[in-house]
Design a protein around this ligand. Structure first.
Ligand code: PFF
Ligand code: NA
Length: 449
């Protein structure tokens, strides 16, 4: 049989796929979200549950997404429909892809707002406005930013345009180039911050906050947040990785590639936590400060450190790039689908989608000011979208993909495509996607009702 090709192009090599998928995975989820939800959920036990979810549920589901995409060489909806049909099942499985597109739009709308905060912080650090700030001043500056819809709108708009421009460029020109240099640079800077954290007297407290397990503090809601975050951080459950998988070269081994991506993503999150919590504790700040945690702690550290203005600017630039490469992957499944299905030009599809997510983003940034009294189930629009996407839609999409890969797709397809060296490893994978992942996530869902 001749190998299928995606009409959207393909990655030049396995290495480029790793870069792009890591670019999708590593983002605000690691550096902004992971530390703040760890802080809100009491630390250690939460981190442990998150790590277990990555290994037990996240990695196997990522393997499933990559193989489905690569086998079908199409956008998620069409990939799911085709594989279902070829396996003698209903094309309705494509619905998982629809939910995924919706998740992508909803996530983008708050993701872009946070990325906008990052852009503001690049500017503030570069101009020296954050030099030597105290923790109290840093908190005030962040609150002033949230209270100012015009500034938020400006950055949100700039960020959305940045993403749209790259997505229009397409798989080869746009996505590859955006990922090549930033990953190593981000790692280096994270380690610089980590080194700074080690030099503060809050390091021991930060370390034990993250790694001392106290299960007494763990609620079922916290467990759901950990489960949800393992999907969010690996970009699973909405088709991003599936779409990227459809551009993956045939020769590359899926298992080892996915392990590398999962490992890098987890490493970045843990190092980010180990950089941020020592700063929090050595300055007497509150680990449960919420979404502002990174923005009130890092400026204090950069303000005290030698060369802080330079390192701080560079660091916020790198977080901005990480957010950028992730946001690109939030739009890719929908753009690819519009091109395939409706026959739109890539540029028109991207611009149309860009307008939608930009408009949704205004509702999110308004949560902190002109819409602060709008509440959905007791949360503002920003928190609500963050909560339902990460904790409900992505895990639901993820277990449906697991069920699809384990029960619906002909086993010949998955064996061929995943092509693990050992039979036992394949059996283990199959067992996890058939039983463990759906049951584990299902139980956590039910216990939260
Ligand atoms: N994984 C990204 C992060 O950790 O920042 C966020 C994300 C990107 C989630 C793409 C979902 C997605 F499809
Ligand atoms: Na991530």
């Amino acid at each position: 049989m001749q190998e299928k090709k995606s009409i959207h192009g393909s990655w030049a090599s396995r290495w480029i796929f790793i870069l792009a998928a890591t670019g999708s995975a590593v983002g605000l989820g690691n550096i902004w979200k992971f530390p703040y939800i760890t802080g809100e959920n009491g630390g250690g036990a939460f981190v442990l549950v998150y790590l277990i979810c990555i290994a037990l549920v996240g990695i196997p589901i990522m393997i499933a997404e990559v193989f489905i995409g690569r086998r079908a060489r199409q956008s998620p909806i069409n990939a799911l429909m085709d594989l279902a049909e070829e396996s003698g099942s209903s094309k309705r499985w494509g619905a998982i892809g629809f939910m995924g597109m919706l998740s992508g739009v909803l996530i983008f709308s708050f993701y872009s707002v946070v990325a906008g905060w990052v852009l503001q912080y690049i500017y503030s650090t570069a101009t020296g406005a954050l030099n030597g700030v105290s923790s109290e001043q840093a908190g005030n500056l962040f609150n002033e930013l949230l209270a100012d819809p015009t500034t938020l709108l400006m950055w949100h708009t700039i960020f959305t345009i940045m993403v749209v421009v790259v997505v229009i460029g397409g798989v080869n020109a746009g996505l590859e180039r955006a990922t090549r240099i930033m990953m190593p640079a981000l790692f280096i800077l994270l380690f610089v911050l980590f080194g700074y954290g080690m030099s503060t007297d809050g390091f021991a407290a930060g370390w034990s906050f993250m790694f001392d397990f106290d299960f007494g503090k763990l609620t079922w809601d916290a467990v759901l947040v950990a489960v949800g975050h393992s999907f969010f951080t690996l970009s699973l459950g909405m088709g991003s990785i599936m779409a990227y998988g459809s551009y993956m070269p045939k020769r590359a081994s899926i298992g080892s590639t996915v392990l590398a991506i999962g490992f890098l993503d987890t490493l970045v999150a843990l190092v980010a936590g180990l950089a941020i919590f020592p700063i929090i504790f050595s300055n007497g700040m509150d680990p449960a400060a919420g979404p502002g945690l990174m923005f009130i702690s890092l400026p204090v550290a950069f303000g005290q450190m030698a060369g802080g203005q330079f390192f701080g600017t560079l660091f916020f630039i790198l977080i901005g790039v990480a957010a950028w490469t992730s946001a690109i992957s939030l739009l890719e499944p929908t753009v690819a689908y519009l091109v395939e299905r409706v026959g739109m030009k890539r540029s028109s599809a991207t611009i149309a989608l860009g307008v939608v997510v930009w408009a949704m983003g205004i509702l999110c940034l308004g949560s902190f000011n002109f819409m602060s009294d709008v509440s959905l189930f007791g949360k503002n629009v920003f928190d609500f979208l963050d909560y339902i996407t990460a904790n409900i839609m992505l895990p639901l999409g993820g277990i449906l993909v697991a069920v699809f890969a384990g029960w619906v797709v002909k086993q010949k397809f998955s064996t061929d495509e995943i092509n693990l060296k050992s039979e036992a490893l394949f059996k283990l994978w199959l067992f996890v996607v058939k039983f463990i992942a759906p049951v584990a996530v299902g139980v956590v869902f039910v216990l939260n009702l």
